[in-house]
Design a binder for this molecule. Structure first.
Ligand code: PGA
Length: 245
């Protein structure tokens, strides 16, 4: 799976222009799932531009519950109704700026699944945590609090994204080995909780400064099942180069 996280970039007109350029570049990429996650106001344009293609559309966040007095929020019900198939949950920017925690992850994953959306659940350590030797402790806490409470049936439908916070938007990528080590650790947690089969089949994406020139080496690691791409997903040629690595 190659997923693009546009963060707070692009208008609907820019979304349309992106897909006009991007679609011809990836129409033969049949053996992978391609996902674009634009900001909410562009979802409609993204869904109509990708109709009948091999590209799925996702949101970057959702609120649990179907509807209600929750000013400023968007529900899974609404995302499903507009034609979304995926939703990113607990991106590190949501954890950092909006205080999202593991309890939110559980609520949001359940809400996404209730409305037929595939959650892409983000985990990852900050720089000081890595430097202090705390990477596995942090990943373990995020797994135990946000993912382990799911039922096996729920877990089977999620995608995990390992995104070391220090590698996001910084141009510093984890080396393929660092990423693979973290993925192996997470996979071990999955096997411990949900069984070896779940551990082997769960998809774990790597995210953090993935670019056309480093994607091939990252994807060469058997542990890495795809990428969650920020900056390099904004340009059609560059994201197509990542998708078609
Ligand atoms: P980046 O962002 O590719 O710009 O580092 C990745 C992400 O935040 O998902």
């Amino acid at each position: 799976m190659m997923a693009g996280n546009w963060k707070m970039y692009k208008t609907p007109a820019e979304t349309k222009a992106f897909f006009e350029a991007f679609k011809p570049l990836t129409e033969s990429a049949a053996n992978r799932d391609i996902v674009i996650c634009p900001p909410f106001p562009n979802l409609h344009a993204a869904v109509s531009e990708t109709e009948g293609t091999n590209i799925g559309v996702g949101a970057q966040n959702l609120y649990w519950g179907k509807e209600g007095a929750v000013t400023g929020e968007v529900s899974g019900h609404m995302l499903q109704a507009i034609g979304c198939q995926y939703v990113i949950i607990a991106h590190s920017e949501r954890r950092q700026y909006f205080g999202e925690n593991e309890a939110d992850v559980v609520r949001k994953v359940k809400a996404a699944l209730e409305y037929g959306l595939t959650p892409i659940v983000c985990v990852g350590e900050r720089l000081e945590e890595r430097e202090g030797g705390g990477t596995e402790a942090v990943l373990g806490e995020q797994f135990d609090g946000g993912i382990a409470p799911l039922t096996a049936e729920e877990f089977a439908k999620i995608v995990i994204a390992y995104e070391p916070v220090w590698a996001i938007g910084t141009g510093k990528t984890a080396t393929p080995k660092m990423a693979a080590d973290a993925h192996r650790f997470i996979r071990g947690k999955v096997s411990g909780k949900f069984g070896a089969e779940a551990g082997a089949s769960t998809r774990i994406l790597y995210g953090g400064s993935v670019k056309p020139d480093n994607v091939k080496n990252l994807m060469a690691e058997e542990e890495i099942d795809g990428a969650l791409v920020g900056g390099a997903s904004l340009d059609p040629a560059s994201f197509a180069a990542v998708v078609n690595f």
